[in-house]
Design a protein around this ligand. Structure first.
Ligand code: 5MM
Length: 336
């Protein structure tokens, strides 16, 4: 796989007015999401739900690709078409989450490191054969008293960079996701400072591991106050702080940045992305890779009647994709 091919895939992931839908909840996380709306966490319900999302009519107008979980990439539509094939047949790029989740960082209470490097090369080879063309690995950085430590940040950056190098070796575009978690009483300035240090460390590690930035996508968290800080900030303040932080840390050669929603309301996630694009031009396309902010409304609707609300829930998915696709162009208008 040439650098040009990796770069082409990366650029297609952030094509104008398109973003990614994150449907890579591990079995434990989807269990939580289903429990929240009273859906039984069976394999068939997980398959049917992912089918609902991926076969949403005309989804490819606003969605360039989807991040699946290991179970999902092995599943098929009700007509027996593997999800990855369904996606590529419909102009969407199949992606796969390849990390094995977070584990306590020994010696550093309250901090976690993402695992999954052992045996990763062989897993990537298999995912490529199953149709995946990009991958995702998420690191989790918590803000609290005396955390994050430099050790935690560097351990996670090192793992992200090792993962990214392996992906590119196997012809897969790495999406690197260092999520600075919103939970906590910190203010927006602290979130800014932590995000800045995290991104500096990440890009230093990527360069150290010979990762080709032209074939890499950053999945970033926005710069926001902690959920229990009580601090009120405007949409424009979040957008401006996030942009400033990214501009001072992320090389312009990166093909694109997509955001996670991290527990923001659907409306806020869209409005923040829209504001950042309106503040452009920016050095890179800015788009979305939302999980909850793409799915929450549809999941709720589907849970009320798994048979009869299937098509209505798909309309909700389409509406969220459209809103976020417009926000990726800075052309979204709030209905409120
Ligand atoms: C879909 O959730 C992903 C994490 O799943 P696990 O915790 O089960 O591994 C997560 O990485 C997600 O892709 C991103 O955080 C984006 O989702 P949100 O909901 O934050 O937009």
């Amino acid at each position: 796989m040439s650098i040009e091919q990796l770069a082409e895939t990366a650029q297609a992931m952030v094509a104008a007015g398109k973003g990614i839908i994150a449907i890579d909840e591990s079995t434990a996380t989807i269990a939580k999401r289903f429990a929240g709306v009273g859906i039984e966490n069976s394999e068939e319900n997980r398959r049917r739900y992912r089918e609902l999302l991926l076969t949403t009519p005309n989804l490819n107008q606003y969605i360039s690709g989807a991040i699946m979980f290991d179970e999902t990439i092995r599943q098929s539509t009700s007509d027996g078409v593997p999800f990855a094939k369904y996606m590529s047949d419909n102009g969407m790029i199949p992606g796969i989450k390849v990390d094995k989740g977070t584990h306590n960082l020994a010696g550093f209470p309250g901090e976690v490191v993402t695992e999954g490097l052992d045996g990763l090369r062989a897993r990537l080879e298999e995912y490529y054969k199953l149709g995946a063309r990009f991958c995702k690995w998420r690191a989790v950085i918590n803000i609290g008293e005396d955390i994050p430590t430099g050790t935690c940040i560097d351990a996670n950056s090192h793992a992200l960079a090792r993962y990214a190098a392996l992906c590119q070796e196997q012809g897969l575009v790495p999406m690197v996701e260092p999520e600075v978690i919103m939970d906590g009483s910190h203010d927006i300035d602290e979130c800014f400072q932590v995000t800045e240090v995290v991104l500096r460390s990440l890009f230093a590690s990527l360069v150290e591991q010979n990762v080709v930035l032209e074939g890499t996508i950053l999945k970033a968290s926005m710069v926001v106050p902690g959920t229990t800080s009580g601090e009120k900030v405007s949409i424009e303040e979040v957008a401006a702080a996030t942009l400033q932080c990214l501009k001072s840390t992320v090389p312009a050669i990166l093909p694109g940045i997509v955001f996670l929603s991290g527990g923001q309301s659907d409306e806020d996630a869209t409005a923040h992305l829209n504001a950042m694009n309106q503040m452009g031009p920016n050095p890179w396309p800015l788009s979305f890779s939302y999980g909850r902010a793409m799915q929450a409304a549809a999941l709720k609707l589907w849970s009320q009647d798994l048979v009869n609300n299937f098509a209505a829930a798909q309309k909700t998915v389409f509406a969220r994709a459209k809103d976020n696709g417009l926000a990726a162009l800075g052309q979204w208008k709030s209905a409120a």
